[in-house]
Ligand binder design. Structure first.
Ligand SMILES: [Zn+2]
Length: 253
């Protein structure tokens, strides 16, 4: 019965660019655990300006305020890379956190990593050169997209770096000249990962180091298995054992 209650409503959903999954100031209704897409976290600034402050892929979850008992989103969450995600009802997650110490501990570790990433990004935005920051964000995107080829518009790169479009052009051209990336109308190919890592500011390595230390090297920015996603996947798999495609029970519990 408990299992049925937990798994009810958990379905993999499509993440479609540029869908907004939650907006700043809005109530969080669902938590998302990306399987192969990724989500940008964006803070609004005065006027029409915005800044990307974080990225969530298969290494993490969207909806961390719920872990602190707060159900209002402080930022906009927009799908930046299409794919799929497990979606869990906010109330279901909160019940799970209350009743399962193991899940709570896992998600709290992710919360720590998430906060560390936000702090690193603040430092990065203030002190590091644009081309080094672009290299960092491209590597972070590559890790979450699980491919060397992805699409990011010029406008979004500007939002990612908090600079004008001309600043993006200069930084992308600099990386392209060094044959680290190819950039054509938003289609980005990472040509030299090691070279791009050397071109990136230290923040990329710091982020990865914290992730590996707190969540485990196996999951360092790449694998879902070591992250909080595992608990949702396990529950959905349980649910699939119990229910047929139409929701009819196919096996006794
Ligand atoms: Zn940096």
């Amino acid at each position: 019965m408990a299992r049925r209650r937990l798994t009810a409503g958990q379905v993999p959903v499509d993440l479609i660019v540029p869908e907004i999954l939650s907006d700043a100031g809005e109530r969080i209704r669902h938590v998302y655990f990306p399987i192969d897409g990724f989500i940008s976290l964006i803070t609004p600034a005065k006027g029409r300006r915005q800044l990307e402050i974080g990225l969530v892929g298969s290494e993490g979850m969207l909806g961390v305020p719920l872990l602190l008992g707060v159900s209002i989103s402080p930022f906009r969450a927009m799908v930046q890379g299409g794919g799929r995600a497990w979606r869990v009802d906010a109330a279901t997650l909160q019940q799970e956190i209350m009743s399962n110490a193991g899940v709570r501990a896992t998600l709290n570790r992710y919360l720590y990593v998430f906060l560390a990433q936000l702090m690193q990004t603040s430092t990065c935005t203030r002190f590091h050169r644009i081309d080094a920051r672009l290299a960092r964000w491209l590597l972070m995107t590559r890790d979450r997209a699980h491919t060397d080829h992805f699409h990011l518009t010029h406008e979004f790169l500007a939002l990612m770096l908090g600079v004008r479009r001309v600043g993006v052009t200069r930084a992308a051209t600099a990386l392209q000249r060094r044959e680290l990336i190819r950039y054509r109308r938003g289609d980005i190919s990472v040509l030299d990962v090691r070279g791009l890592e050397r071109a990136a500011c230290a923040c990329y390595a710091v982020d990865k180091g914290i992730y590996a230390r707190i969540i485990g090297s196996k999951g360092a920015q790449q694998g879902a298995a070591a992250s909080a996603t595992a608990f949702v996947t396990a529950r959905v798999e349980n649910s699939m054992e119990c229910y047929g495609e139409n929701g009819a029970m196919s096996r006794s519990q």
